[in-house]
Write a protein that binds this ligand. Structure first.
Ligand SMILES: Cc1cc2nc3c(=O)[nH]c(=O)nc-3n(C[C@H](O)[C@H](O)[C@H](O)COP(=O)(O)O)c2cc1C
Ligand code: SF4
Ligand code: SF4
Length: 260
């Protein structure tokens, strides 16, 4: 049993890179992925339990809310959360605080996945991969140090109630958008998109991906396709991909990653 557990949701790899670096600062940490139902929900022996996730449509991503409800944490454990977001914090940290009662939280602005058509992608210039990596390194060391010392946040995460409405419609948005997913002529049939999808939502037919209806909008397929062949309608044709450079597709598909 590891001293610390970090539950992590990540689509383009930035939150996994953040979770791994925080785990390196803490030592003896299991990172349990929350892209699908977590492989380990009993966290009762952990001294520190953390959550590292992205903001998605102003709220918690994927099915994270349901997964967190299934996780058992010891009453005296120290609980922390880190949210990475592009333009606005939204209500994800507030929701998580309601679910588990956070001792410490941090929001990290990192505009690194400017692919999806969201308001921030129209108004903010995307960061370069180098700047993104530098920010994750700097913030992870700072946050990891605070968590190791079991620092407590002075304030609760902001409620930002308006974002609850936006994130409530998320499932429908993905169901609508996935109908527009298609691979271009650049596709070489490598199967990376199939492997990296947390929902088994992609199949290769005649060497080309076919997308089912069970999409959570993680964008792993779009971001990690080595040929940038997957587009969402016309919106993404001219948008650069920004998968995290330190994360490989196979890292995302692991269920538990132990860091000594
Ligand atoms: C489908 C989708 C929706 C997003 N919605 C928001 C949002 O509402 N507000 C925001 O600030 N960032 C939003 N983002 C940006 C991500 O929170 C940000 O890029 C994060 O670093 C991604 O982490 P990851 O690489 O671990 O997936 C969204 C990203 C995606 C893919
Ligand atoms: S990852 Fe890209 S190149 Fe590989 S099969 Fe999927 S769409 Fe084609
Ligand atoms: S189809 Fe693509 S965006 Fe949708 S869940 Fe699978 S990998 Fe994520």
């Amino acid at each position: 049993m590891s001293e610390n557990i970090i539950y992590c949701y990540s689509g383009s790899g930035h939150c996994l890179a953040m979770a791994r670096r925080i785990a390196e600062v803490l030592g003896d940490t299991d990172i349990v992925m929350m892209r699908a139902f977590p492989a380990k929900t009993d966290a009762t022996e952990a001294k520190r339990v953390g959550f590292v996730f992205s903001c998605m449509a102003g709220g918690l991503p994927g099915n994270v809310e349901d997964y967190v409800k299934a996780i058992k944490i010891a009453p005296g454990a120290y609980k922390f959360a880190v949210e990475q977001y592009a333009g606005y914090l939204g209500c994800g940290l507030h929701k998580l605080d309601e679910l588990v009662g956070l001792d410490y939280w941090a929001g990290v602005a990192n505009h690194s996945t400017a692919i999806w058509l969201m308001p921030h992608n129209l108004t903010l210039a995307p960061q370069s991969p180098a700047k993104c990596a530098e920010k994750i390194e700097r913030k992870a060391v700072e946050i990891g140090g605070a968590v190791r010392a079991m620092k407590k946040s002075e304030k609760k995460p902001p409620k930002q109630a308006a974002f609850a409405l936006m994130s409530a419609g998320l499932g429908k948005t993905h169901a609508r958008r996935v109908k527009k997913f298609a691979a271009s002529e650049a596709c070489v049939g490598c199967g990376t998109c199939v492997k990296v999808c947390p929902r088994n939502n992609i199949q290769l037919q005649g060497g080309k991906p076919v997308f089912g209806p069970n999409c959570i909008g993680c964008l792993s397929c779009v971001q990690f396709c080595p040929k940038s062949a997957i587009n969402i309608g016309k919106v993404t044709e001219k948008r650069e991909r920004f998968p995290n450079g330190a994360v490989k597709p196979e890292d995302l598909t692991r269920k538990i990653i132990h860091i000594d």
